[in-house]
Design a protein around this ligand. Structure first.
Ligand SMILES: NC(=O)c1ccc[n+]([C@@H]2O[C@H](COP(=O)([O-])OP(=O)(O)OC[C@H]3O[C@@H](n4cnc5c(N)ncnc54)[C@H](OP(=O)(O)O)[C@@H]3O)[C@@H](O)[C@H]2O)c1
Length: 294
């Protein structure tokens, strides 16, 4: 165990978690890469980093955040490997597209299980050891959707908002034990989660919201393509965030996230509503009143 710093990263199989695992491994951390498919994920990580199969600084941890048993086993694996990790990065996530009326309850449940309930359970399992050690940092990977509810992705926004409120509350609880909490408000990065293939599609493209979807799809995709940065840039931001010694930090990672956080501070809530509506091309208040084909 020694003095080497250890970091648990969930969702390390691909995207931002994968890039972060590679980056932190190269920077000398002991990376505990938590993922659903350890065989394929660890092979990819070893191929990318050049780590040997028996490298003690790269440990695979099987974790499905929607499965209570899997979370308990993962926590035991982590504790057996490093005791209290120096950092715990809650990165795993899913995305979904669709209006509230279109999105089934099962999707809301899966979203909250993956983003809130699973991470809370894993944190609870690891906190006693972290408290005893008297140090550690818990990082919550949030999103612009966690700063402000975004249309056509209510479950994602609601879950990220809940993640942030959980982090703020917990930070005050664990600070006296030397444990800090960081919320990373993540901008747009080029991973599967921003593609059709990486998003659960609940939209009804022939329903009452069809015109909204058409406009939002065009504007949203174009904006995302323009804003998307390489996952390595996120990894560098996470790496910097892990150096913080403050009890609570909420920081943007990426220029678009920074701009939204500034707008959220400066504009009244009603102004942000209008800004979002205009950017997404959603008709003005009452424009569709009385119309219905559903
Ligand atoms: N990319 C962006 O523009 C962006 C913007 C804002 C916030 N974020 C946040 O950044 C985080 C990482 O996203 P990403 O961009 O890297 O997306 P991604 O490429 O789609 O990766 C998502 C990761 O989460 C894992 N995951 C999903 N469900 C899981 C579950 N039930 N248990 C364990 N792991 C699970 C996936 O594992 P499998 O390989 O097993 O599916 C995968 O490793 C997410 O929290 C996301 O909300 C991303």
């Amino acid at each position: 165990m020694g003095s080497q710093r250890s970091v648990v990263i969930t969702g390390a199989s691909r995207g931002l978690g994968f890039a972060s695992a590679c980056h932190l491994y190269r920077n000398g951390w002991h990376v505990l890469a938590a993922m659903r498919s350890v065989d394929t994920g660890m092979k990819a990580l070893r191929d990318a980093t050049g780590a040997a199969d028996d490298d003690p600084r790269l440990t695979g941890v099987t974790l499905d955040l929607t499965d209570t048993g899997s979370i308990e086993t993962a926590a035991q694996t982590i504790t057996a490997a490093v005791g209290a990790p120096h950092a715990l990065v809650h990165n795993a996530g899913i995305s979904a597209a669709g209006m509230v009326e279109e999105t089934p309850t099962s999707l809301w449940e899966r979203m909250f299980a993956t983003t809130v309930f699973g991470p809370v359970a894993l944190t609870k399992a690891l906190l006693p050891e972290m408290r005893r050690t008297g140090r550690g940092r818990i990082v919550l990977v949030s999103s612009q959707g966690g700063v402000r509810g975004m249309p056509a992705t209510a479950p994602y926004s609601a879950a990220k908002g809940a993640l942030e409120r959980w982090g703020e509350a917990m930070a005050a609880e664990v600070a006296p034990f030397g444990i800090g909490v960081t919320i990373l408000v993540t901008g747009t990065y080029d991973t599967e989660i921003i593609t059709d293939a990486g998003t659960t599609d609940c939209r009804d493209l022939a329903g009452v919201y069809a015109p909204h979807h058409a406009t939002m799809d065009k504007r949203g995709r174009a904006a995302m393509r323009m804003a998307a940065r390489s996952p390595e840039k996120f990894a560098a931001g996470l790496s910097k965030a892990l150096e913080s010694t403050k009890p609570f930090v909420k920081v943007p990672v990426g220029p678009d996230a920074r701009m939204l956080m500034i707008a959220n501070r400066l504009l009244p809530a009603a102004g942000l509503h209008q800004m979002t509506r205009l950017m997404m091309g959603i008709p003005r208040f009452g424009a569709l009143g009385g119309q219905s084909n559903g």
